[in-house]
Every structure is written in structure tokens, then in C-alpha cells.
Design a protein around this ligand. Structure first.
Ligand code: CP
Ligand code: NVA
Length: 307
């Protein structure tokens, strides 16, 4: 096991390829057995956006490791009354062993991490959602018994956190990644360049506005909401533009015969994915959601290790 003791996870690319594989194999081992932290540790959860899976899977993972969590919803801390982030970071860093933060700006996460002398975990920002991709890759490994050489097609908002973390994660494990998105919603060019540098010409990094072409021979179809948290006011306007990217039976029929369908959840049935597909035989979304807990337990065990 590669130790990540004391490290931050602000972007998936903060891990080396070897460390990513190490977290994923530990997650698969932990799924069939428990492991305790040598000393009771405390994880803070500072979430400025709603969460079901991330909040609960981190909490249960921490309890199962023998640690504790403290819910630091900004509305019940002095953050809501304007205490500067840098002061909050320095103080919380003296109490907690690690903190998972869900916020808007990646910059705020980075600022917090530079002032708090504990591991800071990205629990979703507008730019990235690395913990989700740990579970996604774990699910791919479980379903196909390999990752390298497979193709994942993400359909929907190419400019969101999931598209960005999948670009990095797939490139890191040797998977081809195709982002099918309306041309008005391209991924952040900096992240596309980062993914291409990781892929080093050995695997595909494709951005396209042609969903039918993008799913050809693809092993994993992945989608996410068309309007992310904070973009609710744009939701209705986005629907007609994104509708051609909906994951439905006819698009699924164009993918590989053994293709699986993933969605980070929460899902809007009959927008980005049809009810038939999410409830259908190709869907692995419930295993994927369960794997959040195993993958994060592995991450926590590594970040908080006493060794
Ligand atoms: N997929 C995910 O992060 O879910 P939550 O928003 O419920 O945490
Ligand atoms: N892109 C979505 C992911 C939710 C888990 C959002 O940021 O709302």
C-alpha cells in the first residue's frame, strides 16, 4: 500500500498513478473486510452544498474505521457570520485529523488546504469531484476485471466537475475517455491538456458534440445532471440543448454489447437518463453508489494511517 499519510486530495491528479491503483485495490479489499485506524481520528465535514452520498458514505466509512465525524455545516459555524476562511482553516487544523470540504470555488479549497495543516479532501467543487471517480473506477474494475484499454463515454455537461475528474481519472488508469457535450459546454481546456499529457498519446482523450459517434464500441456510458448545484436557474434553458445527449435505449444500443451505465447521482429521470436505462440490466449505479463508501474508506485509511 502506498501511504498517503498527511496528504491533501484537492484534485485526482494529486495522486500518482501508482497511488490511485493502491487506493483502488485497498477499496476492493476493504469491501470484504474491516480495518480500524490505530488511533481514533476525527474527520470534519464542511459542506456548503447539499449531499446525500458523500456525507453519509464518509460518515459511515469513518465510523467503520473506528473514528468520528463532526458536521461543520457553514451555517452553524462562524463562517456564516463572515469569519475569514484562512482563520477557520488554521483553527480547524488544530482540532481535526482531516477535513472533507464541499464548496463552489476550487480556489477556496486550495486556500483552506494551504492554511490547515491536516489532509484536506475535495468532497466536490465546481471544478472536480475526485472521490466520486475513485468509486467509479472501482466499479469499472469490478465489472470488467480491468480498466486499461476500456472506453468510457461521458454524455452531458462537459464543463462540470464530473467531466473534469473523469478526464483525469480515465487517463490515469489507461482508459479512453470521450466527452460528448454541446459545443457551448466544453471542458476546462487546462484539464483537457492535463488529461492529454497523462494519456501521452497512448489512450484517447476526445471532446465531441456527436453523441452517437462517441458511444460507438464504448464500454461505459456515464452521465450526470445537466445543471449542477448552483446552476439551478439555468436548468430549464439547458434541457433542449442537452436532450440529444440523453442516455436512452437507442444510444445504449450503439455502445459495446457488454456496456454498463453509470451515473454519479442524484439523477433526473427522463432528462439525462431514462427511467428504463437507470432501472435496466446495464445499470450499475447502485453498486457505484455503494462503492463511494469503500473507496473513501480506503482513502481515509491511507491519509490517516499511523504508520
Ligand atoms: N454523487 C454525489 O456526490 O452525491 P451527493 O451529492 O448526494 O453527495
Ligand atoms: N455535477 C453535479 C454532481 C453532483 C454529485 C453537481 O455538481 O451538482
Amino acid at each position: 500500500m502506498e501511504s498517503l499519510k498527511g496528504r491533501d486530495l484537492l484534485s485526482l491528479a494529486d495522486l500518482t498513478v501508482a497511488e490511485l491503483h493502491s487506493v483502488l485495490s485497498l477499496a476492493i479489499q476493504l469491501k470484504s473486510g474491516m480495518r480500524k485506524l490505530q488511533r481514533r481520528k476525527v474527520l470534519g465535514l464542511m459542506f456548503s452544498k447539499a449531499s446525500t452520498r458523500t456525507r453519509v458514505s464518509f460518515s459511515v466509512a469513518m465510523y467503520q474505521l473506528g473514528g468520528h465525524i463532526i458536521d461543520l455545516n457553514p451555517s452553524v459555524t462562524q463562517v456564516s457570520r463572515g469569519e475569514p476562511l484562512v482563520d477557520t482553516a488554521r483553527v480547524l487544523g488544530r482540532y481535526l485529523d482531516a477535513i472533507a470540504i464541499r464548496t463552489f470555488e476550487q480556489k477556496d479549497l486550495e486556500t483552506f488546504a494551504s492554511y490547515a495543516e491536516i489532509p484536506v479532501i475535495n468532497a466536490l467543487t465546481d471544478r472536480e469531484h475526485p472521490c466520486q471517480v475513485l468509486a467509479d473506477l472501482m466499479t469499472v474494475q469490478e465489472c470488467f476485471n480491468r480498466m486499461a484499454g476500456l472506453t468510457l463515454t461521458y454524455l452531458g455537461d462537459g464543463a462540470n466537475n464530473m467531466a473534469h475528474s473523469l478526464l483525469l481519472g480515465c487517463a490515469m488508469v489507461g482508459m479512453n475517455i470521450r466527452i460528448a457535450t454541446p459545443s457551448q459546454y466544453p471542458p476546462n481546456p487546462e484539464i483537457v491538456e492535463q488529461a492529454k499529457a497523462i494519456a501521452a498519446g497512448k489512450t484517447e482523450v476526445i471532446i465531441t458534440d456527436d453523441p452517437a459517434e462517441a458511444v460507438q464500441k464504448s464500454h461505459v456510458l456515464y452521465t450526470d445532471v445537466w445543471a449542477s448545484m448552483g446552476q439551478e436557474s439555468e436548468a430549464d434553458d439547458r434541457i433542449p440543448l442537452f436532450m440529444p445527449f440523453q442516455v436512452n435505449d437507442s444510444l445504449l444500443a450503439k455502445a459495446d454489447d457488454d456496456a454498463i451505465v453509470l451515473h454519479c447521482l442524484p439523477a433526473h429521470r427522463d432528462q439525462e437518463i431514462t427511467d428504463g436505462v437507470i432501472e435496466g440490466v446495464r445499470s450499475r449505479v447502485w453498486d457505484q453508489a455503494e462503492n463511494r463508501m469503500h473507496a473513501q474508506k480506503a482513502l481515509l485509511a491511507s491519509l490517516l494511517s499511523d504508520d
